[in-house]
Design a binder for this molecule. Structure first.
Ligand code: FPP
Length: 307
């Protein structure tokens, strides 16, 4: 059933589609559609990775226990996943539980484990509706067995989906991932002609990471203003663009993801070279240079362009 708000939204989307240079995908919120109108659909990143941070501070600001921030953070996971799938983002990776997070109080760790299981059970149907496939990164075999069972079930339930791959980093640490990769390289070599034939290069290491089948993230987002990488995808983010927003994770929504992508699209990726024009720093001269990021809104006010 179409509500009056829904009808207004359909009209708004139609109007935006007429005024923007390209069609607006169905399902975006009004705020998302407004930003999408300014994106170049041909340059949506292949892979966005997010360090979800600020749940505790979100709760503290409201005099709530920390776990309420985590609970609210699930709404953000849903909003961001839905937006990612609507815009056709192929890979979305979320840092949900680090290998260092076990140091937190037992009650908080147990809550997070239960929350993850509850989320997976509740959201598999929506993931299927949105053609989202689940994957996990990390030493998942060390997680609670009951959680592992739910994870396995959710992965199988979504295995046939062909849209966005939602990769949840759970009990993940980048240094541990490298340790696991080196161990696996040595084991394989031992069983395959011995160490003396081992030829180590970047491709070999890449092939033994948890993410061997994924493209590297084009864009790494961190919420809550912290300028840290926190042992996340250290190898994979070698050339990722980094976007830090002050928005706390429980307040982060699809529109913030799109805003980060808009900021990303205004940058020039140089991979250590000199850029397209061979100038010292052509990005600085670009007319699409974004205004400084503030609360995750780094874009100038949108101006809709007639066809
Ligand atoms: C960091 O905030 C957040 C985490 C360690 C957990 C992330 C978990 C969620 C967002 C909940 C659900 C996740 C999924 C995938 C369903 P923090 O607690 O370190 O915040 P603080 O720095 O403000 O204390």
């Amino acid at each position: 059933m179409l509500t009056s708000g829904g009808y207004a939204n359909v009209l708004y989307e139609a109007e935006l589609t007429t005024l923007s240079r390209h069609p607006i995908p169905a399902g975006l919120t009004k705020a998302e559609a407004k930003i999408y109108a300014h994106l170049d659909p041909a340059r949506i990143p292949q892979h966005v990775a997010i360090i979800m941070d600020g749940n505790g501070r979100w709760a503290r600001k409201r005099h709530l226990p920390r776990i309420m921030g985590h609970r609210k953070g699930v709404d953000s996971v849903r909003s961001v996943t839905e937006a990612a799938s609507n815009i056709g983002l192929p890979w979305l990776t979320l840092y949900a539980f680090s290998a260092e997070n076990w140091k937190r109080p037992r009650t908080e760790v147990d809550f997070l484990m239960r929350l993850l299981a509850t989320y997976l059970k509740a959201d598999v149907a929506t993931m299927n509706d949105h053609n989202v496939r689940l994957e996990y990164l990390g030493r998942t075999h060390e997680l609670h067995e009951s959680l592992q069972d739910v994870m396995q079930w959710a992965k199988e339930e979504t295995a046939k989906n062909t849209g966005t791959v939602l990769s949840l980093a759970l009990n993940y640490g980048s240094r541990l991932e490298l340790v696991d990769a080196f161990r696996s390289i040595v084991d394989k070599a031992k069983n395959n002609g011995g160490l003396e034939h081992l030829n180590i290069d970047e491709a070999l290491i890449q092939d033994h990471l948890y993410t061997s089948h994924q493209p590297d993230p084009d864009l790494l987002i961190r919420t809550s203003g912290e300028m840290r990488i926190s042992n996340f995808l250290l190898w994979q983010i070698a050339y990722s663009e980094i976007f830090v927003t002050d928005v706390l994770w429980p307040d982060f929504r699809g529109e913030h993801l799109l805003d980060a992508i808009r900021n990303f699209q205004a940058r020039e990726r140089r991979y250590g070279g000199l850029g397209q024009n061979g100038q010292e720093n052509p990005a600085k001269e670009s007319s699409t240079k974004p205004s400084p990021a503030k609360n995750g809104h780094a874009m100038p006010e949108p101006v809709l362009v007639s066809k």
